[in-house]
Design a protein around this ligand. Structure first.
Ligand SMILES: Cc1ncc(COP(=O)(O)O)c(C=O)c1O
Length: 448
């Protein structure tokens, strides 16, 4: 029983937004240059888990259950995410009895990755772009699809699943129509998977063909989490520009500058992609009597402290002080060393690795977490997670010329392990390119 008027709910799921329990529309007055056009922001952080993606998490799950594709406890979910879908899905999974694995980019704000782990997601951090890059073999999307081939996993696939836009057709659209009394003339949203703009747009145009639908995207190389540049939009099958009336590009700095104004002048705690969507709408919507614009604000600023520090260094005097030259330089050099190590002759393919094991009696060190190691590892490998390598001298060979093969999932972490062991003086250390995944793809046996 949900008492929306009294806001009393028997379960948190009762707070999922719908026509009877819409997320708020708030009028914008200080940051919009309009004399006639009325502009409203739709605050999606009023969803139970803090973002617009709670809508699709609920609908993707319900749809897959209805189709008999998943059932609580019978399947694990795997979904590549830029953060918010993972957060919504993990909480829905907690409520409905599903574990959720989230392959994602290690460039996603730490706040989101930390909270995902706190929510209980099985987070896999990958060397990928902010938004999973098109065709990146080791990217979040590819890894999720690979994992979904395993019998006990299912991928709801927000980038292809029509249940994504359908969730907005069934909720966001009807909410806006009712909240504006059917007077909405323009609708704008940022483009991520494009589920929001496509689903909501379809509903509003069915109600009134004259409603203008505007999709807003960032430029290439942006750092606005959750949305995609034109190149990155290739990765989603829900980008339907022929269904929109305009697609507008907004520069990174424009979005962050307007984000600051929204907080300071409108007193709305909007996140960067909200400001981007508004900035794009202001470029596309004319100032005319009778115009009513609604812009989706997907989430709030609290998950983007690290982005704020990067874009507004002056707000942090201490942080503004140039970091001791060492640390930043070291970090950059280290990243480069690992990058080169992964393509160097110390990164070996399966055949050479097998020759090391069979021919040279190499010690195989698996540097992944215990869980990953327990799941499947190269026969005979010992498990020393990378983070514990430093304090595991007792488990390392006394003979510094002993052949050692470092292994991880795909060859990233093992390159770090290899470099570390070389620094400890081991002369014959190699890293397995492609890692355990390549080993399995070769049809080679694993333990346990
Ligand atoms: C912060 C943020 N903004 C915008 C979007 C874009 O929404 P959609 O995927 O429906 O296009 C997302 C999607 O993940 C998001 O997390």
């Amino acid at each position: 029983m949900s008492e929306h008027a009294l806001r009393v709910y028997e379960s948190i799921l009762g707070l999922l937004s719908s026509e009877d329990n819409p997320t708020p529309l708030v009028r914008l007055t200080k940051t919009v240059p309009f004399k006639h056009t009325r502009a409203y922001a739709k605050l999606e952080w009023y969803n139970p888990f803090g973002a617009v993606k709670d809508r699709i998490a609920a609908n993707l799950l319900a749809d897959a259950e209805k189709r008999g594709l998943i059932a609580p406890g019978a399947k694990k979910l795997v979904e590549p995410t830029s953060g918010n879908t993972g957060l919504g899905l993990t909480m829905m999974g907690n409520a409905r009895g599903y574990s959720v694995r989230t392959p994602l980019s290690n460039k996603i704000p730490l706040e989101k990755r930390a909270v995902l782990r706190f929510f209980g997601a099985d987070v896999m951090e990958l060397n990928d772009e902010l938004c999973p890059a098109p065709g990146a073999p080791e990217g979040a999307i590819a890894v999720a699809r690979q994992t979904a081939r395993m019998p006990d996993f299912h991928m709801l696939d927000q980038y292809r699943n029509e249940a994504n836009p359908e969730s907005h057709y069934k909720t966001t659209g009807p909410e806006i129509w009712r909240q504006t009394g059917g007077k909405v003339t323009h609708f704008a949203a940022g483009l991520g998977t494009c589920g929001t703009v496509t689903g909501t747009g379809r509903y509003l145009k069915e109600k009134n063909r004259a409603v203008k639908v505007i999709g807003v995207h960032p430029g290439e190389g942006h750092d606005i989490p959750g949305v995609r540049s034109l190149v990155q939009l290739k990765q989603t099958e829900l980008f339907r520009p022929n269904e929109y009336d305009g697609v507008v590009e907004v520069a990174n700095d424009e979005a962050y500058a307007l984000c600051l104004r929204l907080v300071r002048e409108e007193c709305i705690i909007a996140g960067p992609s909200s400001a981007m969507a508004l900035s794009g709408a202001l470029k596309a919507v004319p100032d005319e009597p009778g115009n009513l614009l609604v812009v989706i604000f997907p989430d709030n600023i609290f998950k983007y402290a690290s982005s704020v520090m990067r874009h507004f260094p002056d707000l942090f005097p201490a942080a503004a002080a140039p970091p001791p030259a060492g640390s930043e330089l070291n970090a950059r050099l280290y990243d480069e060393m690992v990058k080169h190590a992964k393509t160097s002759r110390d990164a070996v393919a399966i055949d050479e690795a097998r020759a090391m094991i069979d021919g040279q009696g190499a010690l195989v060190i698996d540097v992944r977490s215990n869980e990953r190691y327990d799941a499947a590892h190269v026969p005979g490998a010992v498990n020393i997670p990378l983070s514990t390598l430093g304090e595991s001298a007792a488990r390392l060979p006394g003979d510094k010329d002993r052949a050692i093969l470092c292994v991880c999932d795909r060859g990233n972490i093992s390159a770090n392990g290899m470099l570390y062991l070389k620094a400890l003086g081991y002369s014959r250390v190699k890293s397995l390119s492609g890692g355990t995944q390549a080993w399995i793809r070769e049809g080679l046996p694993t333990e346990p």
